[in-house]
Design a protein around this ligand. Structure first.
Ligand SMILES: *Cc1c(COP(=O)(O)O)cnc(C)c1O
Length: 518
């Protein structure tokens, strides 16, 4: 943790003040207070006439004192929210190389389509006969997802990747119940490199996690999987390409071993962006896989908007898919919502049918790219990651050697050894250069991991500048220019924050400071 003077903040009258400038602003980055600090109860942006005399029907229960909400004029309101919006770094601001997150460009066309009244203004409780167009769209996106993955059935309703994992694992559990083996098969194999949601999901659904080590070269060891298998194993949860950015080349063998042992293969499909149009999970022996529509098929995510995590299922699990699902009938499309019609289903994963707006955005993305465009996007994502890898390989260290990666390049902190600087210092210094840092300290299997996923959206010029900036930083590390890193970020409105204290003792409530007495 750094001391107060190093953060640029000083305590004055019990309030932390940035003394770098008189106003606390940094250049045109304006320091903005909370609306409760800025607003005045008596101010208003609108001028309404006095209400006509009326008689209250609240029987004396109405509030007698002013409510005290902060008021602002219209320009003050506009400025407050615009200033807040400018505090967000986003993919619209610059490259967002956050590994495992697929922060690609969000085409504006997606948003335009999602707001068409026929999609945007319908209600989930409308009679199905009045929303046939929306159901048609759900059928169309199902068709694309099944074609791209080579799978048998799709459950559209999960609202996120992690929710999709829960859906897939519940389908597996239901299949085991149907086989009468749910009591016996309690264990789910999870590789060490897995995303944290995988073991969390397995546990939530009532399984026990048995971890499987990776080999020296970063992929899962088939022999280790075989050894971990037994009559107590329900499934494996495997990410492919994995979180080290490597293709699990023994995936077919692993799938076969699972099936021979009577277990299922759940694939975490969050990294599907690397293989769309190139490999079909159905051909690899996958039984269930979620697709993060918000990653692979664009749309703002990570605090920026809703997600959707449809789950594709093999013929082994299709009978256990959740409600509702679509059927085509003479009279039109219909969502099956009743358990009586689907005896194998495990039930529902959420209310209604899922995130309609996300289906529209993802299908818009698919249709505007076309099958060839989707494949090219994947190829370019892989090409861009390898471009970054090669551009930095002589200065930074690669845990699995300088070999081709998939859509993300993984570095470790071996090259920082003895410099007195950490991955965190390096990441913070990137902020001074105007770059959002990459994912750091994940995956856990690699010491001091730095996971860079540029995605296909970035031009060569952007990647060249990104690589040049990281090279410049890496050379500063080698020169021993510690100053550049230890206090970084130096130029951001807030400097090195005490993240541990923020997490341990969060201040979640604003209390009005006492007036200063003169
Ligand atoms: C993003 C991600 C998830 C979780 O997806 P959400 O949509 O954030 O719930 C799971 N696994 C991996 C590998 C991911 O990258």
């Amino acid at each position: 943790m750094l001391d107060k003077p190093e953060t640029g903040l000083e305590e004055a009258d019990g309030v932390l003040v940035d003394r770098a400038t008189f106003t606390g602003n940094r250049g045109l980055a304006i320091e903005e207070g909370l609306i409760f600090e800025l607003g005045r109860p008596e101010a208003s942006g609108v001028d309404l006439p006095e209400p006509a005399p009326f008689q209250s029907r609240l029987g004396g229960l109405e509030r007698k004192t002013p409510i005290g909400l902060p008021g602002l004029s219209e320009p003050e309101t506009v400025r407050h929210y615009v200033r807040l919006s400018q505090k967000n770094y986003s993919i619209d601001t610059g490259i967002f190389p956050l590994g495992s997150c697929t922060m690609k460009h969000n085409p504006r066309l997606n948003e335009r389509m999602a707001r068409l009244p026929g999609f945007g203004d319908i209600h989930p409780l409308q009679p199905q006969s009045s929303v046939q167009g929306a159901l048609e769209l759900m059928k169309e996106i199902s068709h694309w997802l099944l074609t791209l993955t080579g799978m048998q059935a799709v459950a559209l309703s999960p609202r996120a990747g992690a929710h999709g994992e829960a859906c897939g694992m519940m389908a597996i559990k239901q299949a085991l119940i149907a086989r009468g083996e749910a009591e016996q098969r309690k264990v789910v194999l999870v590789p060490d490199s897995a995303h944290g949601t995988n073991p969390a999901t397995a546990t939530l659904v009532g399984f026990e996690v048995r971890s499987v080590p990776a080999r020296e070269d970063g992929i899962v060891d088939v022999e280790a999987v075989r050894q971990a298998l037994g009559p107590d194993v329900a499934a494996i949860m495997l990410t492919n390409p994995n979180t080290c950015g490597l293709f699990e080349k023994n995936i077919v063998e692993i799938a076969e071993a699972m099936h021979e042992a009577g277990a299922y293969f759940y694939c975490d499909g969050a990294n599907f962006n690397a293989i769309v149009g190139r490999a079909r999970p159905g051909d690899l022996g996958v039984d269930a896989m979620h697709i993060n529509l918000h990653k692979t098929f664009s749309t703002p995510h990570g605090g920026g908007g809703p997600g959707a995590g449809p789950v594709v299922l093999s013929s082994r699990l299709a009978p256990h898919a959740p409600l509702p699902f679509l059927v085509q009938e003479k009279a039109g499309l219909r969502l099956v919502e009743d358990k009586a019609e689907a005896p194998g289903t495990f039930g529902r994963i959420g209310a209604f049918h899922g995130q309609m707006g996300m289906y529209v955005r993802a299908l818009t993305y698919m249709l505007s790219h076309g099958a060839d465009g989707l494949r090219q996007a994947s190829e370019d994502a892989v090409l861009n990651a390898n471009y970054v890898r090669v551009g930095l390989a002589d200065l930074m260290s690669l845990p699995f050697g300088n070999r081709p990666c998939m859509h993300e390049a993984l570095f470790d902190d071996a090259w920082l050894k003895g410099t007195g600087l950490s991955v965190l210092d390096f990441a913070k210094a990137m902020i001074d250069e105007g770059f959002h840092p990459m994912t750091v300290y994940f995956p856990l299997v690699v010491h001091g991991a730095m996971l860079i996923e540029p995605t296909e959206s970035e031009s060569k010029a952007t990647l060249d500048l990104f690589v040049a900036a990281l090279r410049d930083l890496a050379m500063a590390v080698q020169r021993g220019d510690k100053e550049r890193f230890l206090g970084a970020p130096h130029y951001a409105p807030r400097r090195r924050l005490d993240e541990t204290r923020a997490a341990r003792t969060p201040v979640l409530k604003w209390t009005k400071p006492a007036p200063i007495e003169n």
